[in-house]
Every structure is written in structure tokens, then in C-alpha cells.
Design a protein around this ligand. Structure first.
Ligand code: PRP
Length: 295
């Protein structure tokens, strides 16, 4: 069905289309992210489309590895997928936002006990991967010529099966490597889940609104709001510990010797920052979760 026929069939103007993974952990994370950004939808069993409630947006459920090419071909305007899959597809799309989820690295791995010291030692050997484009380019840049075995999954068992001398695979927690007695010989790249966009979207304004909304959620998830009281004599030190996103808010307390400070801090650093604040005499230090923000 052409776009126009498809639109007429649903009796509406063309909705903005966002492609999201149809299954797996990333499907849940993407749905949660969209919902937090006010793009709520309900997927009924096995449907491939879901209309968002409050925006002219349609969510399309797709295979994660098809999303880059479908964005490039303008079948969908936006897509949520792995930056690794975007790089592997080699298509020309705009990466709008890193989504702070699905972080992993792509690594060249060999058997724990293999007497291989660096990638050059793989010259003339067999390397199994589901990332042939990235692997070929990375090894080619280093002058290492290998026989590539291209697979779509279960790459981690290929050394044990005798199919390859090395594999290029994603590493997240490292448990797959440990379970298969593999070690990393070299890191090839770090990737996370991203929002990608077709170069010529029809409604750029709506796309920008969605990007801003998602950005507000992504930033909110990695920052906290810290509030504390500190003696005015120690304020300069406290401000160095919590410089804030732009600068901290400082308010005078009734007691002229004290002031109250409010500043955003990286959530991962909040505990360490609270300890440093206590050490310089701050009290009533409170961390508050931010659920949404516009900076
Ligand atoms: C991925 C990847 C690794 C594993 C890494 O496989 O290919 O095998 O996860 O994760 P870990 O470091 O946390 O163990 P996935 O489960 O997606 O299936 P696949 O082997 O079919 O690609």
C-alpha cells in the first residue's frame, strides 16, 4: 500500500510515524520512554500500528535491525534503535538523541587461552560476526585481512564450534563472554539506543517537539536536584561541589550566617557529592528525583 492509500484507508492526514522495537527489553524501554514524554499508546495483540492519544503520531512496531533502513527510506519519520545497528546498516539518517538506555560495546573477542596478543595476529584467520560492515572497516583500517563469517546471532559459540578463531560481538555485562570462556582482544566501539530521523521529514516542527520532550526525560533520568543549607562562610566551597547545570540557586535563610542552595547534580554522583557537602558543614541535604525538565 502506498503512503497516500494507507492514509486514506485510515481516513486521516499523514500521521508522524515513530518506529520502535516490536519485542524484547528495548521494546519495553522505548514504550516507557515515549509514555514518559507524553506519547501514550496502547498496543493490542499483534497489531503493527498504535495511534498516540494526544498527538498526531502513530507508533509502528518493527524489528530493531530494520528500523535504520526504514527511517532512511522514509517509511517512518523517526525510529528508536541501537546506534550499533545504525552504524552497521550504513544508511544516511540523522541521529537526533542518545536515549541513555541500552549501552553496550562491540568487541573483538578470542578464546581465553588463545595465544593471540593483538588484532594483527588475526591476519588470514576467520572472524565470525553479525556486524560485518563495522568489522570489515575496523580490521581493514588496521591492515588486517580476515575471512569474515557473517551470522545473524549466537556468535559467541562460533569459536567453540570451530567456525572461527575470533568473534566480534556485543558485550553488555560480560556474562556471555565469561560463560563461553572468551576474552576481549580489542574494543571496537561503544553504542547506545538512539532516536534517529529521516533527513526530509514533512513536519519538522512536530519532530522537534518530540525530540525536546524526549530530551527532557533523558536528562531528568540522569540528574537529581540537591537542596541543602550551608554556612555562608563555606558557600564558595559548596558552589564548587555543586556548580549546577548553569549555576546554583542561592537563597538567604532567616539566620544571616546561613544560606540555602539548590542545584542539579549527576544522579550517579549524588552520594559522593552529599558526603563532600557534609564534610564542608552543609546540613539538611536532600536529593529529589526529577521526572521531567526543560533546560
Ligand atoms: C547479545 C550479544 C551478546 C550478549 C552480550 O546477544 O550478541 O551475545 O547479548 O550481553 P552480556 O555481555 O550481558 O552477556 P543477544 O542476547 O541479544 O542474542 P544474540 O546472540 O542472538 O545476538
Amino acid at each position: 500500500m502506498t503512503d497516500a492509500v494507507h492514509d486514506v484507508a485510515r481516513g486521516s492526514e499523514r500521521l508522524l510515524r515513530i518506529g520502535v522495537p516490536s519485542k524484547g527489553r528495548l521494546a519495553d524501554l522505548a514504550a516507557e520512554l515515549l509514555s514518559d514524554a507524553g506519547l501514550t499508546f496502547r498496543r493490542t495483540d499483534r497489531t503493527l500500528f498504535a495511534r498516540c492519544r494526544d498527538m498526531p503520531v502513530e507508533v509502528t512496531f518493527l524489528r530493531t535491525d530494520d528500523i535504520p533502513v526504514l527511517v532512511a527510506e522514509n517509511a517512518i519519520d523517526l525510529g528508536i534503535t541501537g546506534a550499533d545497528l545504525v552504524a552497521e546498516s550504513g544508511v544516511d539518517v540523522v541521529e537526533r538523541l542518545e536515549l541513555g538506555i541500552g549501552s553496550c560495546r562491540l568487541a573483538l573477542c578470542v578464546a581465553d587461552d588463545a595465544p593471540l596478543a593483538d588484532p594483527a595476529a588475526l591476519h588470514g584467520k576467520r572472524v565470525a560476526t553479525s556486524f560485518p560492515r563495522i568489522t570489515r572497516r575496523w580490521l581493514g583500517d588496521r591492515g588486517v585481512d580476515v575471512h569474515l563469517v557473517e551470522l545473524s546471532g549466537s556468535v559467541e559459540i562460533m569459536i567453540a564450534l570451530g567456525v572461527a578463531d575470533a568473534v566480534v560481538d556485543l558485550v553488555e555485562t560480560g556474562s556471555t563472554l565469561a560463560a563461553n570462556r572468551l576474552r576481549v582482544l580489542a574494543d571496537i566501539g561503544r553504542y547506545e539506543t538512539v532516536l534517529i530521523q529521516n533527513r526530509d521529514v514533512a513536519d519538522a516542527e512536530l519532530v522537534d517537539r518530540i525530540v525536546r520532550r524526549l530530551q527532557g526525560i533523558v536528562i531528568a533520568r540522569s540528574w537529581s536536584l540537591l537542596e541543602y543549607n550551608v554556612p555562608r562562610s563555606r558557600l564558595a566551597e559548596a558552589e564548587q561541589v555543586t556548580p549546577g547545570f548553569h549555576s546554583p540557586t542561592v537563597m538567604q535563610l532567616e539566620d544571616p550566617a546561613w544560606c540555602a542552595v539548590r542545584a542539579m547534580v549527576r544522579r550517579a554522583e549524588a552520594h559522593a557529592i552529599m558526603e563532600r557537602l557534609e564534610a564542608i558543614g552543609a546540613s539538611a541535604v536532600i536529593e529529589t528525583t526529577i521526572t521531567n525538565c526543560r533546560l
